[in-house]
Design a protein around this ligand. Structure first.
Ligand code: GAR
Length: 208
C-alpha cells in the first residue's frame, strides 16, 4: 500500500558558471511549489557569475571555487567533490556549468546529476552548440535535459525541446529561442526527478 504521508523533498545542489537564467527558472518553479525540492547550495567556478546574485535573490547560499586561482587544477576537482559529498544532495543540477565533471564526481552521484544542453543531443555536443547547429544548417534544433554519464553530453536523455529554424533566423535569435525552451524543460526534468518519476533502463529514460 502506498504511504499516506507526503514524500520528503529532495535536496538540490546547483553548479553554474555564468548568467544563471536556467538556475532562476528552476528556483522559480521551486518557489511556486511546482518542484518538491530544497535548493541548498549553488557552487560556482567563477566569482563573477551572475548566477551568484540569482541564488541570493532566492536565499540560496553560494560556494565559490575560483577555478582560475587554482594552481593545481586537480585540487579544484577534489575540493568540488569534497563539498558535494559533505552536502550529500539527492540531485545535482548543472545549469550553464562550463566544465567537465571528473569521473569520481559522476561515480559518487550516479544518475543523480542533471544537465541542460542547448542542442538536440546527440547532435552538437560540447561548447557553442547553438553556433554549431546554426552553421551546420539544420532546420530544427533545440535543447536536451539529460543525466550526466562519463562521456561528454552523452548521458540518458530525459526531455528535449525543439526550435524550428526559419531561413531568416539569426544565430542570436536561435540561441534565445533555445534558451526559452531550456527554461521549460529543465524545471520539468527536475520536478519529475523530485517526484521519483524518472526510471532508467538500458539508458532509456521513462517517465512514470
Ligand atoms: C545555456 O544555454 C545552457 O544550455 C548552456 O549555457 C547556457 C547557460 O545559460 N550550457 C552549455 O552549453 C553546457 N555545455 P544560463 O547561465 O543563463 O543558464
Amino acid at each position: 500500500m502506498a504511504s499516506l504521508f507526503p514524500k520528503p523533498r529532495k535536496k538540490l545542489v546547483f553548479l553554474a558558471s555564468g548568467r544563471g537564467s536556467n538556475l532562476e527558472a528552476v528556483l522559480q518553479a521551486v518557489q511556486k511549489g511546482r518542484i518538491r525540492g530544497i535548493p541548498e547550495l549553488l557552487i560556482t567556478d567563477n566569482p563573477e557569475a551572475s548566477a551568484i546574485g540569482v541564488g541570493s535573490k532566492y536565499g540560496v547560499p553560494s560556494k565559490i571555487l575560483n577555478f582560475s586561482s587554482y594552481a593545481q587544477k586537480e585540487k579544484y576537482h577534489s575540493d568540488l567533490l569534497e563539498i558535494l559529498e559533505a552536502q550529500s544532495p539527492d540531485l545535482i543540477v548543472t545549469c550553464g556549468y562550463m566544465r567537465i565533471l571528473k569521473k569520481d564526481v559522476i561515480r559518487s552521484f550516479p544518475n543523480r546529476i542533471i544537465n541542460i544542453h542547448p542542442s538536440l543531443l546527440p547532435a552538437f555536443p560540447g561548447l557553442n552548440a547553438q553556433k554549431q547547429a546554426f552553421e551546420y544548417g539544420v532546420k530544427i534544433s533545440g535543447c536536451t535535459a539529460h543525466f550526466i554519464d562519463e562521456g561528454v553530453d552523452s548521458g540518458p536523455v530525459i526531455l528535449q525541446g525543439t526550435v524550428k529554424i526559419d531561413p531568416e533566423m539569426t544565430e542570436r535569435e536561435l540561441t534565445l529561442a533555445i534558451l526559452k525552451e531550456e527554461h521549460k524543460i529543465l524545471p520539468l526534468a527536475v520536478k519529475l526527478f523530485c517526484e521519483n518519476r524518472l526510471s532508467i533502463k538500458n539508458r532509456k529514460v521513462s517517465i512514470l
